[in-house]
Ligand binder design. Structure first.
Ligand code: LLP
Length: 432
């Protein structure tokens, strides 16, 4: 049915996910509720692990980008599935380690790692730093030296590609605060500086060109630019990159009209392109790292809300209010991101009521979606917003002192609580 094959409808007309009735879930765990289908998540991990193993050189690996979703119970799953992980803060490192994730499989990002962040990551045994800028090189070299270690690093460079995506989440262009641009010649200086550091072992390069990208082409373009750059660095310094990290960015389907994404196909196309590019330059084929976030978790998640009521503004439109909103999913407010909304407790009924879904914050921008159709809503109805596994839980806030929802994992017809709902005590826990 609609978008996903892990959704079904029970004989009572309830939406079920991973074989679990969403009405039962809301009854047991309350709403709003984040629901993550563990089998779907694992299947998404396997798609990447297998496609990279089949098409790319040995040692190639997907690193899950924790910025898309991060909680302790996720990391044992990622570990079991053979994933590495991209972490962007000491908080993400802490969460991964608390979940038993091996530190050597962590890749530490960030365009402003503080001295404390660097110390914490080194002392945690993080496998690899993705160094963003020359100042970080100096600080990291010093800190690694003080610990008597040699730290593996990748250098983040910007290839200057516009993958035609949302401006706000496009990080591959030259004019951006991440990485060092190739085109201006600064990346070459960055490499020279890095190779001169006694306590850093430069493994290769990193680039992230953007997010919600549906085809392989922009990644192939990035490979071309990175290989030209790698070739120039070999000529200049005799340095050969063993690793290219191409970042994250494969898109997902939020609504039926979004295109299908063939991840294994894209990875195969990318592998072929890489091998041809290397052959043409007589360059040893580097291992490939990818950093998928959205495409691992988005379609594994959905959010359940309870309807509070309907307010029709005569001559304008009808608002259906739900008991969550921009605090648990700020993506419509921020990016007008489309979502698919289902009447989870009344799946069998005709949806002919045109409305906008409003959250409960004191802010007119607090909308979950506009111009959707539902069966004439009633207080107490359960709604499901699909594809909320990425950048919802991780971007949630306590605006208006709303408690963050719980997160449950469903698998094999069973649900288990992975993150409990916040309480009022949690809200004041840091207040002195
Ligand atoms: N690696 C790096 C260096 C990144 O900056 C990102 C995302 C990823 C990997 C993961 O990209 P993905 O596979 O998830 O597209 N808050 C926005 C998304 C921001 C993405 C930022 N970087 C949203 O809700 O759409």
């Amino acid at each position: 049915m609609l978008l996903y094959n892990n959704l079904s409808v029970t004989p009572q007309g309830h939406l079920a996910v991973g074989g679990v009735d969403t009405v039962d879930l809301a009854r047991q765990f309350g709403a709003p509720l984040y629901v993550v289908d563990e089998d779907q998540l694992r299947a998404n991990c396997r798609t990447y692990v297998q496609a990279l193993a089949e098409a790319m050189p040995q040692g190639s690996m997907p690193l899950f980008a924790g910025k898309a979703l991060c909680f302790k119970g996720l990391y044992p799953i990622l570990k079991e599935e053979g994933m590495g992980a991209d972490v962007v803060s000491p908080g993400e490192i802490y969460t991964a380690l608390a979940g038993g994730f091996p530190p050597e499989r962590l890749y530490f990002h960030g365009n402003n790692k503080t001295d404390e962040d660097i110390a914490y990551a080194l002392d945690s045994g993080v496998g690899c730093f993705i160094v963003d800028n020359p100042q970080e090189l100096d600080r990291l070299d010093e800190a690694a030296g003080a610990r008597g270690i040699r730290q593996r690093v990748l250098l983040r460079v910007t290839p200057g590609i516009d993958p035609h995506t949302l401006q706000a989440i496009n990080t591959g262009r030259i004019d951006c605060q991440f990485g060092v641009p190739i085109e201006t010649g600064q990346a070459a200086q960055f490499v020279a500086a890095a190779l001169g550091k006694e306590h850093l072992e430069v493994e290769g390069f990193h680039s992230h060109i953007g997010s919600q990208i549906f085809e392989a082409e922009p990644f192939c373009d990035a490979v071309d630019i990175l290989l030209d750059f790698a070739q120039a660095m070999r000529t200049a310094h005799g340095f050969v990159a063993r690793t290219l990290n191409l970042g994250g960015g494969f898109g997902v389907r939020y609504v039926e009209s979004d295109p299908m994404v063939d991840i294994p196909g894209n990875i195969r196309a990318l592998a072929q392109h890489l091998k041809q590019g290397c052959a043409a330059k007589d360059y040893p084929v580097p291992r490939i790292l990818l950093e998928p976030g959205r495409s691992i978790v988005a379609n594994a998640g959905l959010t359940l809300y309870e309807v509070g009521g309907v307010k029709t503004i005569e001559g304008y439109r009808s608002y259906v209010t739900v008991n969550g909103g921009m605090t648990d999913n700020p993506r419509y407010a921020l990016y007008q991101s489309p979502y698919t909304v289902l009447p989870a407790s009344r799946m069998g009924e005709e949806g002919d009521f045109l409305c906008s879904l409003a959250g409960r914050c004191c802010e007119s921008g607090d909308l979950v979606q506009e111009n959707i159709t539902l069966p004439q809503p009633r207080r107490g109805d359960l709604l499901a917003v699909l594809t909320t596994g990425a950048y919802n839980f991780s971007m949630a806030s306590n605006y208006n002192r709303l408690c963050r929802p719980a997160l449950v994992l469903v698998r094999g017809g069973q649900a288990r609580l992975a993150v409990r709902r916040q309480t009022f005590q949690d809200l004041v826990a840091c207040d002195l």
